[in-house]
Design a protein around this ligand. Structure first.
Ligand code: ADP
Ligand code: MG
Length: 235
């Protein structure tokens, strides 16, 4: 049996805006396993980002429970959640959130300077194929390269889990494939438990498991008996 890294039980998130309530998560029971690459697939508004943000300790649930290994995240206060995020979680978002005035290497160093056991920034950038771009600034790089800097920043602290919210959402198919190749390589080499949110159904085929989301609920979970490489994905 694979180890469970995340477990959610009846996870519920209700956003209240004025008189309107949105049930972004309507009771999600999900296990995510050590070392897997899971794709979370679902239409816009189905609750994918809400789930990822709660798993990553960026947001609180309204009801239900979440564990990261033995730690119940739903009992932690903000300070403990911040420490959990810093020590265990790498995030990759659709928009890369790089600091424009810092080089690629300096953007990664923002994280490695405060992490307990980081890899050197240059090594992280080599891992994502940007060893030759260490001193380039975000404005001097393509969207795909900027996203790879963001991935280098996320992996440089050697996180146990990598949470990626629409990492190829702003990219064309060619650069999107390069980003997915990097995510797959990190999952293969480091065994980093990786969750990739997408609404692009083609990406499901590179996953070990696909979790389909609809209306704040899990609509189905599938195991891919055979996976395809990112460059084989029909975009
Ligand atoms: P997805 O990532 O699948 O597109 P989200 O998790 O972002 O879905 O959103 C799920 C639902 O919750 C949507 O109806 C969205 O409009 C709503 N929602 C998300 N964030 C907020 C928020 N901060 N305030 C109010 N409603 C929100
Ligand atoms: Mg989203």
């Amino acid at each position: 049996m694979p180890e469970t890294v995340f477990r959610t039980q009846g996870l519920t998130k209700v956003y209240t805006t004025g008189a309107v309530q949105v049930h972004a998560l309507a009771g999600v029971d999900l296990d995510l396993y050590a070392g897997e690459l899971a794709v979370l697939l679902g239409a816009s508004g189905s609750g994918k980002s809400t789930l990822l943000n709660i798993l990553g300790g960026l947001d609180h649930a309204t009801a239900g429970r979440v564990w990261f290994r033995e730690t119940e995240l739903t009992t932690l206060g903000d300070r403990a959640l911040t420490r959990y995020r810093r020590d265990h979680v790498g995030f990759v978002f659709q928009f890369y959130n790089l600091v424009a005035s810092l080089s690629a290497r300096e953007n990664v160093q923002l994280v490695t300077d405060v992490a307990p056991n980081p890899m050197p920034a240059a090594e992280a950038l080599e891992r994502v194929g940007l060893g030759h771009r260490l001193n380039h600034y975000p404005a001097e790089m393509s969207g795909g390269e900027q996203q790879r800097v963001a991935i280098a920043r996320a992996i440089a602290k050697r996180p146990e889990v990598l949470l990626c919210d629409e990492p190829t959402g702003a990219l064309d198919s060619k650069t999107g494939v390069q980003v997915l190749e990097v995510l797959k390589q990190i999952n293969d080499e480091f065994g980093t438990t990786t969750v990739v949110i997408t609404h692009n159904a083609g990406i499901r085929k590179m996953a070990h498991r696909v979790v389909r989301f609809a209306d704040g609920r899990i609509a189905g979970v599938e195991v891919n008996e055979t996976r395809i490489a990112p460059h084989e994905i029909a975009w």
